[in-house]
Design a protein around this ligand. Sequence first.
Ligand code: FAD
Length: 464
Amino acid sequence: MLEPRDLTRRGEQLAGAEEADEAVGKRTAGALRMNALPQTSEVVVIGGGVAGVSTAYYLAMAGVPVVLCEKGVIAGEQSSRNWGWIRKQGRDPRELPAIILALRLWEKIAHELTENIGWTKDGIAYVAETDAELARFERWLPHAREHQLDTRLLSPVETDALLRQGKQRFKGALFTPSDARADPRRAVAALARAAEALGASIHEKSAVRSLETEAGKVAGVLTEHGPVACRAVVLAAGAWSALFLRHLGFELPQLKVKASVQRTGMAPLITESAVGASRAAFGRRQDGGYTIARSGAVTFDITPAALRHFRAFLPALKEKWGDLKLRVGRRFVDELTTSASWKADRPTPFERTRVLDPVPDHKGLDQVMRDAVDLFPQLDGVRPVERWAGMIDVTPDEIPVLGGVDGMPGLLVATGFSGHGFGIGPAAGYLMAQLAVGETPAVDLHPFRFARFAEGDVTRLPET
Ligand SMILES: Cc1cc2nc3c(=O)[nH]c(=O)nc-3n(C[C@H](O)[C@H](O)[C@H](O)COP(=O)(O)OP(=O)(O)OC[C@H]3O[C@@H](n4cnc5c(N)ncnc54)[C@H](O)[C@@H]3O)c2cc1C
């Protein structure tokens, strides 16, 4: 069997780069046993990102037989490429119960696992350069109060103290001391190993090509290595979920946008809290450098799916217009020639792209680095040593789909996390595990139902 290590291209190392503990190109769960795929199970999970792996972890913990199939490597796509922020702050209020649950689960995971997942609970701050930003932060505070969160506004002097600065250049900050981070390059792969130790059967380089049904219900999956019979399937395929669902005859409005990130070499300590400004955000890494990027700075390819769902995404496009880089490029042709109808006995698009590994936007990242130095002068002279990018899957209302699919009993979907699914991931997995065994979910999933798109109940709330 091909070593999973061979499947990913290295993250782009820049001149003078030293090795990180877990370089981007080593996104693999490593010591997984790679047993033969079982022919039957209770539940099959499609996708080895944070949502799928967490589902397998909680099912295995409950003693439920579960098989997880990942087309490439565990956490090869979004789940190892993100910033690692686990935040309640600034969330769409509909997600707050789930992210509150997720933070509790992350903390438990950090203690349950024997491996270092880079867990730190040092808070997250959004700093305001303008009065308008500060007013926007203030408008979010009632949600914090409703859920008894420790979120508060910092004065300019308190913001300076947090950032070890002295010029009161910020109008203030929104700060949640109990928000946290984990290291995406370690956490999900470590969770997959823990799930396997609990009895989950986890398989890399194992694309699921289609579903098998009996009497209109899910009866199993067809993988590139053969069928697996099961009672329930959890589709947690990230940016690929819409294609898989389309193949089954269901339309999920989901688009992909590219977001780029860089890490620096060793740098002076500004604060252990993660800090976001509108022009640049940073999080201190355990290797003494920073992960630096900009929220919302994304490249949006105009594709056939984008044209199909243009109306649904129009409000989001309007709000983010200034930040978007629009492109008509190779992806238009790629998608146009990627039909959602295929035969399950032949290789599918999932095997043709084992790991989505887009090229980072170097020009954009150069600007982010300049802005970061301007905002946080302690970064002067600090250089980026590695850059990478990921394809974020977005829904029109920027909240995920969590739950069943009308017309396909036994199929559950956990996808569309819209750029903030790393944090909420363990809760998504826990809730999917509950649904898969017929339990009432710990959180009301009505706002996340798949049917909302067909019902036209798609409300996008303004960003914080
Ligand atoms: C640059 C960047 C920064 C981000 N920052 C943050 C952050 O700070 N905090 C936060 O909460 N979120 C953040 N996110 C978002 C977060 O990473 C995602 O929302 C989350 O990782 C999504 O997890 P997932 O399991 O749904 O999907 P993924 O991690 O994309 O996993 C889906 C998996 O399914 C597999 N798959 C697809 N189809 C098939 C098939 N047919 N058969 C088998 N396998 C299949 C894929 O190969 C993939 O590995 C960021 C994302 C990016 C790109």
